[in-house]
Design a protein around this ligand. Structure first.
Ligand SMILES: *[C@@H]1O[C@H](CO)[C@@H](O)[C@H](O)[C@H]1NC(C)=O
Ligand SMILES: *[C@@H]1O[C@H](CO)[C@@H](O)[C@H](O)[C@H]1NC(C)=O
Ligand SMILES: *[C@@H]1O[C@H](CO)[C@@H](O)[C@H](O)[C@H]1NC(C)=O
Ligand SMILES: *[C@@H]1O[C@H](CO)[C@@H](O)[C@H](O)[C@H]1NC(C)=O
Ligand SMILES: *[C@@H]1O[C@H](CO)[C@@H](O)[C@H](O)[C@H]1NC(C)=O
Ligand SMILES: *[C@@H]1O[C@H](CO)[C@@H](O)[C@H](O)[C@H]1NC(C)=O
Length: 416
C-alpha cells in the first residue's frame, strides 16, 4: 500500500493528546535544490549532456518578462551558478529593437523579427546536444493583454552549444502558427527514417487560451511544418474545468477588465514514448492523458487527419499538470499539482503512479531528464500569477529548480 508509511499509531488516552492519522505530505526520493531564480520568472528548463542548464522566461505569461526595447529583459538565459543567469545565446538576440510588442498596429501585435526572440515558451536540448528555442511570438502589454503574433515572430531557433551561435531558424507560416496560437512545448525525434529530409522531426503543442489548439509537426531538414488534431476535444480544455492547487480553486483572467473564466489552457505537456512511436499530451485545463501514433502525425496524405484522429487514445486520469518528460524506463512523468507532486504514467500497465510529493511543490512547470539520471524540474508558482484568480500577483521570489533521482537507473532517451 503506497502511503502506508504515513500512518501514525493513534494514542488516544485523552482527546487533547490524541494523535490522529494524517497526511504526511511527503513521498518518494528526496528533492535536491539546484538553482534559485531571483531575477525574471522562468518556465522552461533543459539540461545538456555536460550539465549546462538553460531556462526561458515567457513574456506571454508575465508582463514583467516583456522586453520594451530598453529594459534589457531576456527571454532565454543560461544558468551560470550562484543563482544567477545570463541572456543566451547573447543579449542582442534577446533585445528586439523597439521591444517585443509592435505598438504601431492597432490592436498592438507581437514584433515580426525572425532574427530576434519575442516570447519564448520552451527551450529543449535535442539528442545531438543542440538547444532549440520555441518562440510563440507573443507577449503581454503592461496591462496584461496578450497580443497576437505577427509572421516572423513564431519560430524555432537552433543554437550550437559548442559555439553558442544560431545554426538554423525555422519560421512558422501563419497557417501553422495562427496569430492566436501559443506554441508551448516541443519534443524531438532525430531518427533518419521519420522524415523526408532524414534530419528528424519535432512535435509541438499549441496550448492557446483562445481555443484553437492542436499538434504541430516540423521536418527539421526542410523546415516544413503542418498541423494535426486541430481543435479536436482532446487537445482543448474541458469546459468548466477548475483545478485546485494548495487547496484553492483557480479561475482564469483572460485580460484586463474581462470576466473570469474556467481554465481555458489546451494541449501543453508533451512527451514521446521511449521508442518514438507514440506521442503523449495533456491539456492544462483537464486531467486526462492522451496519445496518438507519431506515424499518423507525420503523415500528410489525404486521409492523414482522419487516421490521426482515429488513433487518439485516452490513457485515463493523470491529474493536473503542465510539462511532461520521458525516461529510459519508458515512464511518462508529469506534475500532479493538486497533490503537490510528480507522478508517472507507465504504458506497460496503463496506469499512473506517484513518484514524489513535497509541500514545497507548487507548480511543476517543466521537466528535463539529464544524462546524469536525474529529473530536473522548475517549480515556478504559476498558479499565483495575475492570470489566475483573484487577478493579483501573489508570487514570492525565489522561484526554484529541483532535481530528483530517477527510479530504476532511468536516464535520458535519445532518439537519433
Ligand atoms: C512586476 O512588476 C511590477 C511593477 O514593477 C511589480 O509591482 C511586481 O512586483 C512585479 N512582479 C513580479 C512577480 O516580478
Ligand atoms: C559564486 O560566488 C562566490 C563567492 O562570491 C565566488 O567565489 C564564485 O566565484 C562564484 N561562482 C560563480 C560561478 O559565479
Ligand atoms: C510593425 O507593424 C508595421 C505595420 O504592420 C510593420 O510595417 C512593421 O514592420 C512592424 N514592425 C515590427 C518590428 O514588427
Ligand atoms: C491595454 O493595453 C493595450 C495596449 O497598450 C490597449 O490597446 C488596451 O486598450 C488596454 N486595455 C485596457 C483594458 O486598458
Ligand atoms: C505500474 O507500474 C509501475 C512501475 O513499475 C508500478 O510502480 C505501479 O505500481 C504499477 N501500477 C499498478 C496499478 O500496478
Ligand atoms: C542500478 O545501477 C546499479 C549500479 O550499476 C546496479 O547495482 C543496480 O542493480 C541498478 N538497478 C536497477 C534497477 O537496474
Amino acid at each position: 500500500m503506497i502511503f502506508s508509511q504515513t500512518i501514525v499509531l493513534a494514542i488516544c488516552a485523552a482527546l487533547s493528546t490524541c494523535q490522529l492519522v494524517r497526511d504526511q505530505g511527503v513521498y518518494g526520493p528526496s528533492l535536491e535544490l539546484v538553482h534559485l531564480y531571483y531575477d525574471q520568472w522562468p518556465t522552461g528548463i533543459t539540461v545538456s549532456k555536460s550539465g549546462r542548464k538553460f531556462s526561458n522566461y515567457p513574456p506571454g505569461l508575465d508582463a514583467n518578462n516583456t522586453n520594451d526595447g530598453s529594459n534589457g529583459k531576456y527571454t532565454v538565459a543560461e544558468l551560470i551558478g550562484n543563482n544567477t543567469e545570463r541572456p543566451y545565446p547573447n543579449a542582442e538576440i534577446n533585445n528586439p529593437p523597439g521591444g517585443s510588442i509592435n505598438y504601431s498596429t492597432y490592436p498592438a501585435t507581437g514584433a515580426n523579427y525572425p532574427n530576434h526572440l519575442i516570447g519564448v515558451q520552451s527551450v529543449v536540448i535535442d539528442p545531438l546536444d543542440r538547444l532549440w528555442i520555441l518562440d510563440t511570438g507573443r507577449a503581454l502589454t503592461p496591462n496584461g493583454t496578450l497580443v497576437p503574433s505577427s509572421p516572423g515572430g513564431p519560430k524555432l531557433v537552433c543554437v550550437s552549444l559548442t559555439t553558442d551561435t544560431v545554426l538554423q531558424t525555422i519560421v512558422f507560416p501563419p497557417t501553422v502558427a495562427y496569430s492566436t496560437s501559443y506554441l508551448n512545448d516541443i519534443r524531438f525525434d532525430l531518427r533518419a527514417s521519420v522524415s523526408v529530409s532524414g534530419k528528424g522531426v519535432a512535435y509541438i503543442t499549441d496550448s492557446s487560451s483562445e481555443g484553437r489548439n492542436g499538434i504541430v509537426v516540423v521536418d527539421l531538414g526542410t523546415g516544413e511544418s503542418w498541423r494535426h488534431l486541430d481543435g479536436i476535444a482532446e487537445v482543448r480544455s474541458e469546459r468548466g474545468f477548475v483545478p485546485y492547487v494548495w487547496g484553492v480553486p483557480l479561475y482564469y483572467m483572460p485580460g484586463p477588465g474581462l470576466p473570469l473564466t474556467t481554465t481555458p489552457l489546451g494541449a501543453d505537456g508533451i512527451a514521446l514514448s521511449s521508442d518514438g512511436e507514440e506521442l503523449f499530451w495533456g491539456p492544462v485545463g483537464g486531467r486526462q492523458l492522451y496519445s496518438t501514433s507519431t506515424e499518423r502525425l507525420r503523415d500528410r496524405g489525404l486521409h492523414s487527419e482522419l487516421l490521426a484522429q482515429a488513433e487518439v487514445r485516452n490513457r485515463g486520469q493523470r491529474g493536473v499538470s503542465d510539462g511532461f518528460e520521458t525516461d529510459s524506463n519508458g515512464y511518462v512523468y508529469h506534475g500532479n499539482m493538486e497533490q503537490d507532486g510528480i507522478s508517472f504514467y507507465n504504458p506497460r500497465n496503463a496506469s499512473d503512479t506517484p513518484f514524489v510529493r513535497d509541500p514545497r511543490i507548487n507548480w511543476v512547470d517543466t521537466m528535463s531528464v539529464g544524462s546524469d539520471g536525474y529529473l530536473y524540474f522548475t517549480n515556478n508558482q504559476l498558479f499565483l500569477t495575475p492570470g489566475f484568480y483573484p487577478g493579483t500577483d501573489r508570487r514570492e521570489r525565489p522561484f526554484s529548480l529541483f532535481r530528483v533521482k530517477l527510479p530504476g537507473n532511468g536516464t535520458r532517451v535519445t532518439l537519433v
